[in-house]
Design a protein around this ligand. Structure first.
Ligand SMILES: C[S@@+](CC[C@H](N)C(=O)[O-])C[C@H]1O[C@@H](n2cnc3c(N)ncnc32)[C@H](O)[C@@H]1O
Length: 426
């Protein structure tokens, strides 16, 4: 546990308002507006109450063991569970995602884009460059993700990446890792792209290849190994579904131990969404199912020292589910406010800045502070009110029906579990 220095004779300025829940014998205290939270055991909670009452650290130390108080203060500090926190993030410059072509060499069974053939009337390279220019007029030091289809098959990927870099943006490339990296090759991509996200949907050959196609596991692994020592930050993208859950449960930690000795890669583990080639939901999964199926092995991965952003962010005051935080451009120039939102306009008819500002206004009623069902819930800036597109105002992790007490309990449990793992309490 991190040791933190506090002034002995001053009160610790703790939040005046927070909600409190007893979960797994622990006290979960949440400042929902921010959001931040801490998870305390009984002894820490008793000391905490004295601090909230205005006692100084020295006074609290008179009636509580030093170890209890220092654990408590470490938790307070880690969560920034203070009265004021000026570091809370409240503004979100938009990111840009370019689906530069629908063309793909694979036919993954669950692909939301149903990628395969190029669409009629895809944007030309000068048109994509114009999109990047227009984005740069509203975002400095932004982030541009290039996806598809399979973007490494695009003959002018290099020109687009160069423009992204010349405008000072961070570049992210989503790829299936099976193409040799196209004209540029993986080595060059690894030295020039800031983040390369490789898709892998199973940690054994059979499981992955059943979903992504024969031979893909070996190829993506080879690409991973080529990229591992280049400049890029590797991120693995894994879609969880009933078909690969055993492989994730049994193989993920082993994979990390073998292939990520430096504990430096990122991992995005997401439930598979019902869309595109997965329209009938054959490969669907949602968060509680995912948690139920592999929660224990994810805990083990945390305990072993990997930290993935698959967790809830503190002091990050997001207004709603990810919709509207990115500007997504379909291969033929259609605008979307998120991957699963319908097309609403086209870059050939409307300037990016105009589309963005009208979209932000249209999305205001999805702000969790405005949604009737969410506005008084202490989880609202953590669960973010659920997927606007798929589920209306229902919570993100419920696949049917509106948000329920069981759904909220899932989140409370998860916050407590995560903290207990992090602080070595389970
Ligand atoms: C559509 S692919 C395009 C980029 C590239 N061809 C690739 O395979 O990574 C982008 C990401 O979406 C993920 N994906 C595909 N279908 C999905 C679905 N139904 N739900 C969630 N993610 C999905 C893929 O696994 C991949 O990581």
């Amino acid at each position: 546990m991190q040791k933190v220095d506090f002034e002995l004779d001053a009160p610790v300025l703790l939040p005046e308002q927070f909600t409190s829940h007893k979960v797994r014998g622990m006290y979960l205290l949440i400042v929902g507006e921010r959001p931040t939270w801490i998870v305390l055991n009984q002894a820490e909670y008793e000391a905490f109450k004295e601090l909230v009452g205005g006692a100084t650290v020295r006074e609290v130390l008179k009636s509580h063991p030093q170890e209890t108080v220092s654990h408590l203060l470490a938790k307070v500090h880690q969560a920034k569970f203070y009265r004021e926190d000026t570091s809370v993030r409240r503004t979100y410059p938009p990111k840009l995602t370019l689906y530069i072509s629908n063309r793909c060499n694979l036919k993954c069974v669950h692909c939301y884009a149903a990628a395969g053939d190029a669409l009629p009337s895809e944007l030309t390279t000068p048109e994509w460059l114009e999109v990047i220019d227009q984005y740069s007029q509203i975002a400095q030091s932004g982030e541009v993700t290039i996806s598809g289809g399979e973007p490494t098959l695009h003959p002018e990927l290099g020109v687009l990446l160069e423009s992204v870099a010349n405008h000072g943006h961070r570049s992210v490339l989503f790829t299936n890792g099976t193409t040799g990296g196209g004209k540029l090759g993986w080595n060059t991509l690894g030295q020039t792209v800031d983040v390369i996200q490789l898709s892998i949907d199973g940690f054994d050959e059979d499981t992955n290849d059943e979903i992504r196609g024969k031979g893909t596991f070996r190829k993506v692994l080879q690409t991973y190994e080529t990229l591992y020592d280049t400049r890029t930050q590797i991120r693995l993208s894994v879609c969880a579904m009933p078909q690969n859950v055993d492989s994730l449960r049994n193989g993920l930690l082993q994979f990390l131990r073998k292939y990520d000795p430096a504990k430096k890669i990122g991992l995005i583990l997401s439930p598979t969404v019902v869309a595109g080639r997965n329209e009938n939901g054959t490969y669907a999964f949602d968060y509680p199912e995912l948690q139920e199926a592999i929660g224990d092995s994810l805990d083990e991965i945390w305990r072993s020292g990997w930290r993935f952003p698959n967790t809830f962010q503190r002091n990050d005051h997001q207004p709603r589910c990810g919709i509207g935080s990115s500007i997504l451009i379909a291969p033929d120039g259609g605008y979307r406010a998120c991957t699963f939102a319908p097309i609403s306009g086209n870059v050939r008819q409307q300037r990016l800045a105009d589309w963005y500002s009208t979209t932000q206004e249209r999305l205001e009623h999805f702000n969790v502070d405005n949604i009737e069902m969410c506005k008084d819930c202490d989880l609202r800036h953590i669960c973010l009110g659920g997927c606007v597109v798929k589920m209306g105002h229902r919570a993100r992790c419920t696949s049917s029906g509106p948000c329920t007490p069981a759904n909220r309990n899932f989140y409370y449990e998860k916050l407590v579990r995560e903290s207990m793992v992090l602080f070595g309490e389970r």
